[in-house]
Design a protein around this ligand. Structure first.
Ligand code: ADP
Length: 412
C-alpha cells in the first residue's frame, strides 16, 4: 500500500504526504460523497509506478480556494457537487492552472452529454463512477499526468525558443545597425581618398613620376574595391531590413544586355577572354529597375571573368520562355563550383575556399562574398529567380529569370 489519506468531511480538506515515495503524484479529489473518496483512495493504492498524495474536499469552492496556493499533478472532479457544478469548477481551475493541470471528470450518471460537456469545457478524460476500477482509474490518472507533463515540456520548450528567437532578432538587428553605421562612416572618407588620388593621378596637383603613378594607381584600385565592398554592405543591410526600394519601368532587355556587354568587354579583353552576346532580334519588355538588373548582370559577369582563365569563353544569352518570362544566362568556361559549395554560394558572406589550382582562383580574394546574395535578393524583388549550374573544371552558368508581365513583379 503506497497511499494514505485522512478522512475528510465535505467542508474540510487535508494533505497526506507519503514518505519515501519513489515518485509522488499530488492528486486533488473533489467529491462530496465520502464513500466515493474512500473508494478512490483504495483504488489508487499499490501502484508500482507512482505513489499518490491525495488531498480531498467535498466542496467546489474549497477546491478553487486551495488551487490558488497549491500545485497538483491531477484533479479528480465529481460532476455534481452540492455547491457548484463540474463545468463551473473546470472553468475556474483551468484558468487558475492555465490549462497545465489535467482534470478528470467523474460522475454517477454515465451520460454522454455530460462526457461531451466535460471534455468541451477542458477535462482531459471522463470516467463514469459505476465503471471505475483500480485499473481504469490508475490508467486514466497516469495517462493524464504523463500527457500533461509532455505537453508542459513542449510549452516550456516553445517559450524558451520564443525567448531565444526574440534575443536572436535583437542581436541580428543590432548587427544590421552596426553594418549600416560602419558602412556610412567609411563611405565619406573613402570618397575623398578616391577623389584626391584621382586629382594627383590627373596631374592637377603637379607632376608625378612613373613610379608614383604606379603606386597611386594601386591605391586608386584599392579605393574602388573598398567602395564596392562598402556599397555591398549597405545594399545587403537595406535588402535584409526591407528598406531597399526598386523602381520598375518597362525595359527592352536587348538594349540593357548590349550596354552591359559593351562595358564588360574591356575587362574581358584584359584577360583575353572571348566574351559574346547572343540574343534574339526581339524580346518582350520587362518591368524592371534597370540600374539594379545592370548591377546583377555586372556582378555575374565580373565573377565569370574573375573565375575564368585567360583564353576562356563567356557567353551572355537571353530568350523568351513560354511562361511569359525572359531567361538571361551568363555561362563561362571557368573553374566551376563544387556541388557542396554550389548549395551555399547565394548565402551571405559565402566564398569558396581557393584550394583549386586555377590561376583565376588566386585573384578571387576581392569581394566579401555578398555579390550573389545581393543579386538573388534583387531578382527576388522583381518577382524573378536567380539560379546556378556548374561543373568543376568545365564552367558555370548563372540563370536570371524575370517575369515579362506586371502583376508578379513587386514594385515598391
Ligand atoms: P564576391 O562578392 O566575394 O565575389 P559572390 O557572392 O559574388 O562573392 O560569389 C560567391 C562565391 O561564389 C565566390 O567567392 C566564388 O567562389 C563563387 N563564384 C561565383 N561566381 C562564380 C563563377 N562564375 N565561377 C566560379 N565560382 C564562382
Amino acid at each position: 500500500m503506497t497511499l494514505n489519506s485522512t478522512h475528510q468531511s465535505a467542508e474540510d480538506w487535508d494533505i497526506c504526504i507519503i514518505p519515501d515515495a519513489a515518485r509522488s503524484l499530488r492528486i486533488l479529489v473533489v467529491d462530496d460523497d465520502p464513500s466515493d473518496r474512500e473508494l478512490y483512495r483504495y483504488l489508487l493504492a499499490a501502484d508500482p509506478k507512482y505513489t499518490y498524495v491525495l488531498l480531498e474536499t467535498g466542496l467546489g469552492k474549497k477546491a478553487i480556494e486551495i488551487c490558488k496556493t497549491e500545485r497538483f499533478d491531477c484533479v479528480l472532479l465529481d460532476y455534481y457537487l452540492s455547491d457548484l457544478n463540474g463545468v463551473q469548477i473546470l472553468d475556474s481551475l483551468n484558468t487558475l492552472f492555465s490549462g497545465s493541470v489535467p482534470i478528470i471528470m467523474l460522475t454517477g450518471q454515465g451520460s454522454e452529454t455530460i462526457a461531451v460537456d466535460s471534455l468541451r469545457s477542458g477535462a482531459v478524460d471522463y470516467l463514469p463512477k459505476r465503471q471505475v476500477s483500480a485499473e481504469s482509474l490508475k490508467r486514466a490518472v497516469n495517462n493524464a499526468v504523463e500527457k500533461s507533463y509532455l505537453r508542459n515540456a513542449v510549452v516550456d520548450q516553445n517559450d524558451k525558443l520564443k525567448r531565444q528567437n526574440t534575443e536572436l532578432t535583437r542581436k541580428h538587428d543590432e548587427i544590421q545597425r552596426f553594418y549600416q553605421t560602419v558602412s556610412h562612416e567609411l563611405k565619406t572618407p573613402l570618397t575623398s581618398m578616391k577623389e584626391f588620388v584621382s586629382i594627383i593621378l590627373d596631374g592637377i596637383a603637379g607632376p608625378i613620376s612613373d613610379e608614383q603613378r604606379e603606386y597611386l594607381e594601386l591605391v586608386h584600385e584599392s579605393c574602388l574595391q573598398m567602395a564596392n565592398d562598402v556599397n555591398d554592405l549597405l545594399d545587403v543591410t537595406r535588402l535584409e531590413t526591407g528598406k531597399y526600394r526598386i523602381d520598375l519601368s518597362p525595359t527592352d532587355p536587348t538594349d540593357l544586355l548590349s550596354n552591359v556587354y559593351r562595358q564588360m568587354q574591356v575587362l574581358a579583353r584584359d584577360k583575353s577572354i572571348d566574351l559574346s552576346l547572343k540574343t534574339p532580334q526581339k524580346l518582350p519588355e520587362i518591368p524592371m529597375d534597370q540600374r539594379r538588373i545592370e548591377q546583377v548582370l555586372t556582378n555575374l559577369l565580373s565573377n565569370a571573368i574573375k573565375f575564368t582563365n585567360k583564353q576562356g569563353k563567356i557567353e551572355i544569352s537571353a530568350c523568351a520562355q513560354q511562361d511569359e518570362s525572359v531567361e538571361i544566362s551568363v555561362s563561362d568556361t571557368g573553374c566551376g563550383i563544387d556541388p557542396d559549395d554550389l548549395k551555399h554560394i547565394f548565402e551571405r558572406l559565402y566564398q569558396v575556399s581557393s584550394e583549386s589550382g586555377f590561376e583565376s582562383m588566386a585573384s578571387s580574394k576581392s569581394g566579401l562574398g555578398l555579390g550573389l546574395t545581393i543579386s538573388k535578393e534583387l531578382i527576388n524583388l522583381h518577382g524573378g529567380e536567380l539560379r546556378a549550374e556548374s561543373e568543376v573544371g568545365k564552367g558555370s552558368r548563372f540563370i536570371v529569370s524575370l517575369p515579362a508581365y506586371w502583376n508578379t513583379a513587386k514594385a515598391s
